[in-house]
Design a protein around this ligand. Structure first.
Ligand SMILES: NC(=O)c1ccc[n+]([C@@H]2O[C@H](COP(=O)([O-])OP(=O)(O)OC[C@H]3O[C@@H](n4cnc5c(N)ncnc54)[C@H](O)[C@@H]3O)[C@@H](O)[C@H]2O)c1
Length: 387
């Protein structure tokens, strides 16, 4: 018997439960038309009379009157809280500012969901607010960027940045519903549109060969129409479907080897590096290209497929970064991701277009060779002022 153990006093209890996750992702248009109740429907049909609405400040400029009229016409007392999006505002201070707003405008715990209208920064931050306020209140996501539409708003990951660490504070918290209206994309600045295309390309390379061919065929024209035509809408639908097919069976990331992490190994440090000034999707594109080069160097990807991928990036004008790509920084990112993936690299690499494998032994030499190849490719395909 060990020291300090009293006989007759041993007992243990087990707690085991499962919490169902259920929410709808619905395409809806004219969301601010007073007769459209999509924003007001709650799980509790009686729905309360107040709503705390967090709106991207650019969306407020474009739709502020319509949003106010909408709630007024439906007899809802709405508090509109807005802030400028962008990665630097996905911060503890913006999080606290939203909490202050909520504190001054009490809402019911169950039938007055918080509404988030904006890009990934707004929906990630509001999701985290909702999951921490009273230990969890419902929220509704209305993505207004391409990044939000095909990725950020439709899963259950929420978060804000902490110090230089991306999404270091966050939670798994499902929205009550997600309302997709692709007409918001009409006003999205070109750079932010391409930013979202980066995530679509990710799915195409790693798991959707048909989507890849579609992008080759009509990706550029869809970018020109801001995804407002039929072909654009179909690309959006396939992307949402494909993303959900990966997310849903592994909502809480029990399985740490995730296909959708393709492009998300080296990108984290690139995105958080102030001097590089890269958006999330731009960093993902750089990461994907480096990963593809490593895959080719390991004979996982043929030279033809590598050329097809690089040529699609050129066709879609996905503006990769040239200067300042440092193997040391990329290795730091890999090490950080390794901690995130519980001590094993689990880096997804393409094995041909449309399938993948996971590798766990990428080293500085692989990364340095990939960077060298990548910079040479940039040099021969982009003029100096494009970089
Ligand atoms: N939770 C997840 O699973 C997940 C997945 C992917 C990305 N993300 C996160 O998403 C964030 C990036 O999201 P984002 O790219 O949407 O950035 P963002 O939210 O910063 O929005 C980008 C810019 O677009 C403007 N904007 C938004 N909608 C507009 C519209 N319809 N018309 C004109 N301008 C508009 C915003 O004001 C902002 O300036 C990153 O922080 C990333 O980590 C999260």
């Amino acid at each position: 018997m060990g020291p300090g153990v009293l006989t007759g006093f041993q007992k243990s209890w087990q707690v085991r439960t499962e919490r169902p996750v259920s929410y709808d992702i619905v395409c809806s248009h004219d969301l601010f038309h007073p007769d459209n109740d999509a924003l007001l429907v709650t799980k509790d049909e009686r729905g309360g009379q107040r709503r705390f609405v967090v709106v991207d400040s650019q969306i407020l400029v474009n739709y502020g009157d319509a949003i106010e009229n909408y709630f007024l016409a439906n007899n809802i007392d709405a508090c509109i809280h807005s802030f400028d999006a962008g990665e630097t505002n996905k911060s503890v201070s913006q999080y606290l500012a939203v909490l202050e707003g909520l504190d001054a405008f009490p809402i019911n715990r169950r039938n007055e969901p918080i509404i988030a209208i904006g890009g990934g920064v707004v929906t990630d931050l509001v999701g985290f607010v909702a999951s921490s306020w009273r230990r969890g209140v419902p929220h509704i996501n209305v993505p207004t960027t391409l990044m939000g539409y095909v990725d950020a708003s439709i899963g259950i990951k929420t978060g804000i940045n902490f110090k230089q660490h991306k999404n270091r504070l966050g939670s798994f918290s499902s929205p009550e519903r997600v309302l997709l209206d692709h007409t918001f994309l009409k006003t999205l600045p070109h750079r932010h549109l391409l930013n979202g295309v980066g995530e679509i390309l990710k799915l195409a390379i790693i798991k959707e060969p048909e989507l890849f061919s579609t992008l080759e065929l009509c990706g550029s024209s869809c970018i020109k129409t801001q995804f407002q035509d039929k072909a654009g809408w179909e690309i959006l639908s396939v992307s949402v479907e494909s993303m959900l097919a990966e997310l849903v069976p592994n909502l809480f990331e029990t399985e740490l080897a995730r296909v959708v992490d393709f492009g998300h190994t080296f990108s984290t440090a690139l995105e958080m590096h102030d001097d590089l000034d890269l958006l999330h999707g731009e960093a993902v594109v750089v990461d994907m290209l480096l990963s593809c080069i490593i895959a080719w160097q390991r004979s996982l990807l043929s030279r033809d497929d590598l050329d097809r991928i690089f040529s699609l990036v050129l066709t879609l004008k996905l503006c990769p970064l040239g200067e300042g790509l440092d193997p040391g920084l990329l290795m730091q990112s890999l090490t950080e991701r390794q901690h995130h993936r519980n001590g094993v690299q689990r880096v997804p690499l393409p094995m041909g277009i449309g399938s993948h494998c996971f590798v766990g032994n990428i080293g500085l030499e692989d990364v340095s060779r990939a960077v060298k190849f990548y910079k040479e490719w940039l040099k021969s395909n982009y003029s100096a002022d494009e970089n």
